[in-house]
Design a protein around this ligand. Structure first.
Ligand code: ADP
Ligand code: ZN
Length: 743
């Protein structure tokens, strides 16, 4: 018997399997998915078994040296998915396998998740009689008050090194146990609320169609379009309930676990220990344990972020993608997959149903759900409780400026905030930009302070530092202009920190919280801020898009959007779509209260159709207008895109390579049987983010109706690149099929 082994080296040239003989003593242990050590050329390499061949091979083959892991790392069905993904995104198979098994890979060193329990009573006596260092005492105190914590959490709470835990275990103070339940850190603060709701007729119609398809193993794709509070989550829950009663498994994807604590709570409350949580913030051990619970079938409900789509399910019946339109479903590093695309493929493999849910579906999904399209549209058109949706008012900032108001806050917004403070109601203020000022500019010589590595304006932060939001480069803010040495540096472009400052100046009596990337760096900080606000312990919550999502706070009766134009004018063809989605999402945060809600949107572009449609809160208005623009410009969903990014540390190197590639593509595409109008090659041009982390960036954009044509063209680019042995050392080529990010 011979095993086909994929060597675990991500290099295109070795992206094929090699045959190895299986030694007698390993015969029963080598199976598909096994991780093995093999001789490779003159060295030894690790690899994965991907198949078997019997019969004598033509060449002499070497023997497998050893098996590295106990069980198989992937199932044949996961292998099929990885192979498909590699071909789809033009990446080496082994890289796709690594993505699929990612969490297990790292777990080889950290086999099981451990939790630590203080040895009570007895332990207390021992501790008083034992000489403990101050650090050991601190650790002991934390363990005593928080039994059952994970290793990472215990060390971070106590502020000590993990080795100290082992010391206390040796001393007999702590007992170490293997974790069996779901990661407990997630379970903190769970709010049980587990009665199954009686669906209203609207929900029931949608739910029946979904559940019938699940029951019949009819692999349909549903687009569940429903405004915030229309009861989508309850439909997901009842679909999952159906899956569990059939003995199957369901995957529920959410854009970001940290942004959806309420979703986690609801799923735990409803489905308890059959839930597994998979996301990237877990430690390797935590992920490994939940991964195993999925593989053994113990976990039936997998709730997680995009990589949870690779969970080793056995009997998948349902995939739910909540907030289907969110950009975070796309992975921005290799393999650059979109979880929605992978989900559609996976579901077909398992005859599972897919439910895409959104209040503001992507143009991709909605255009496919129109009559005749491959997706089935399910609409929930009003809120569960039939309360009116909050009113949205657009504030024309040009009028404010003309009227002499140069504040960040328009007169109506200031009055509305004051009104809520008087009534003891809560306010959310949204600005999609963190930091204090987004650029620093010398009024004397015109210099703009930029990151030397990224050519991006440095943002001023309230701790008196200039920070690059791309590479975290940090520079203490100078008092003089580094160019002209004058004292005329000014700070422009407000961020959330500045909003916070101005608000505390305007409303000194208000209690203010801020929620953005800078305030949530500590684990659980996000949750704490939300809980504090939820309890009514603050009046105003200021934040970036983190406040836009999933918050359900009844006390909030006013939402203010400080500047809707930030996303609107990005150099990306999806700028309008993102703006509309964000505004609708933020608006959804208002009026969860019986007192009703109001949304004020400040903008300098009040007539823009994305703003107007958001004001009316009519998705179809936006969809129709945006489709006209996309059709005219021949952008998705009317066409498909592939982006080729060339980058190099030399300013001219990337430009030259991009020029060469462009010429090569244009020539090659004319020679092949492609019709001229089947594919377009745009560029090369400098990427909107022209320099990031010391690399100069150029890009080409390929447009074609058919994905196969696009992939053929990308393959030409790839072959061109692979042949350029010298250039390859200096230039990096990224192929981004169906890109979400055009910057
Ligand atoms: P969405 O996901 O569309 O924003 P949710 O499913 O979260 O909406 O529902 C909004 C609120 O309405 C939740 O508090 C939920 O518990 C409640 N709800 C949903 N469906 C029903 C129902 N059929 N009867 C009563 N309350 C419901
Ligand atoms: Zn930088």
């Amino acid at each position: 018997m011979f095993a086909e082994v994929l060597v675990n080296i991500v290099v295109r040239q070795v992206d094929k399997s090699f045959l190895y003989a299986v030694p007698e003593e390993l015969k029963n242990k080598v199976q598909i998915g096994a991780c093995v050590r093999v001789p490779f050329g003159r060295r030894v390499a690790d690899g994965y078994v991907v198949g078997f061949k019997s019969g004598q091979p033509a060449e002499k083959v070497k023997e497998i040296i050893a098996i590295l892991d106990r069980g198989p790392l992937f199932t044949p069905s996961q292998l099929a998915l990885a192979r498909w993904m590699a071909a789809y995104y033009l990446r080496p198979t082994v890289e796709a396998i690594q993505a699929v098994i990612g969490p297990r890979l790292k777990a080889t060193a950290y086999r099981q998740s451990k939790e630590y329990w203080p040895i009570t009573q007895n332990g207390l006596e021992i501790s008083s009689s034992l000489p403990l260092t101050p650090k050991q005492t601190a650790l002991w105190q934390v363990a005593l008050t928080n039994p059952g914590l994970s290793r990472t959490r215990l060390t971070s709470l106590a502020g000590v090194s993990p080795a100290l835990i082992d010391v206390l275990v040796k001393k007999g103070l702590l007992s170490e146990r293997v974790r069996t339940g779901p990661a407990s850190d997630i379970l903190l603060n769970k709010a049980p609320k587990n009665e199954v709701l009686v669906l209203n007729p609207n929900q029931k119609a949608a739910s029946d169609l979904i559940n019938t398809a699940i029951q019949a193993k009819n692999p349909k794709v549903f687009l569940l379009h429903g405004i915030t509070d229309s009861g989508k989550t309850e439909i997901y829950l009842q679909g999952v309930q159906q899956v569990i009663s059939l003995g199957g498994q369901a995957i529920i994807l959410v854009p970001e676990i940290a942004l959806t604590p309420q979703m986690v709570d609801i799923f735990f409350a409803r489905f308890g220990s059959t839930v597994a949580i998979l996301h990237s913030r877990l430690s390797a051990g935590e992920r490994f344990s939940d991964w195993n619970r999925v593989q053994s079938g113990e976990a039936r409900v997998i709730l997680g972020t995009r990589s949870a789509i690779f969970a080793p399910v056995k009997d998948l019946r349902l995939v739910v993608i909540d907030e289907e339109h969110e950009p975070s479903y796309k992975q921005e590093e290799n393999p650059r997959y979109h979880a929605r695309t992978v989900a559609l493929r996976l579901a077909r493999q398992h005859q599972a149903v897919v439910v895409l849910g959104s209040a503001t579906p992507s143009l991709y999904a909605y255009s496919r759900a129109l009559s005749g399209g491959p997706f089935r549209l399910l609409e929930l058109s009003h809120r569960v409780d039939r309360r009116p949706i909050p009113e949205i008012q657009i504030i024309d900032m040009r009028q404010e400026t003309k009227g002499g108001n140069r504040h960040l806050f328009s007169q109506p917004l200031q009055e509305a905030i004051q009104d809520r403070l008087n009534k003891k109601e809560q306010v959310i203020l949204f600005l999609n930009r963190r930091g204090y000022a987004t650029f620093v500019f010398c009024r004397n010589c015109g210099l703009v302070m930029k990151c030397p590595h990224c050519n991006i304006s440095l943002c001023y932060h309230a701790n008196n530092n200039l920070i690059c939001h791309y590479c975290d480069y940090l520079l203490p803010a100078p008092s003089l202009c580094p160019d002209c040495q004058e004292q005329h540096l000014g700070y422009f472009g407000a961020g959330t920190q500045k909003i916070e400052k101005e608000i505390t100046l305007l409303f000194p009596q208000a209690k203010v919280l801020r929620l953005d990337k800078d305030t949530v760096s500590r684990k659980n900080a996000h949750r704490q801020i939300i809980t504090t606000f939820q309890k009514g312990e603050a009046d105003i919550l200021i934040g970036t898009q983190m406040v836009a999502k999933g918050l359900d706070i009844p006390g909030v009766t006013l939402v203010g959007v400080i500047n809707a134009d930030i996303t609107l004018h990005m150099p990306d063809f999806r700028a309008s779509e993102r703006t509309f989605q964000l505004l609708m999402q933020v608006a959804g945060r208002a009026g969860r209260s019986i007192k009703g809600g109001e949304v004020l949107v400040q903008t300098y572009s009040p007539q823009h159709y994305a703003i107007v449609a958001a004001q009316k809160q009519v998705y179809l208005d936006f969809f129709r207008q945006e489709m006209m623009v996309r059709r005219k410009m021949n952008y998705p969903p009317f066409t498909r895109l592939c982006r080729l990014v060339l980058s190099s540390t030399g300013p001219d190197v990337a430009a030259k390579a991009a020029g060469e590639l462009g010429a090569k593509l244009k020539k090659a595409l004319n020679l092949t049987p492609f019709q001229e109008d089947q594919i377009d090659v745009l560029g090369p041009v400098m990427a909107p983010l022209a320099k990031i982390k010391d690399r100069y960036r150029w890009h080409l954009i390929l447009k074609a109706k058919e994905i196969t044509i696009l992939r053929d063209a990308a393959q030409i680019a790839l072959s061109w690149y692979e042949e350029k042995t010298v250039l390859k050392r200096k230039v990096k080529l990224v192929i981004d099929l169906e890109p979400q990010n055009m910057m």
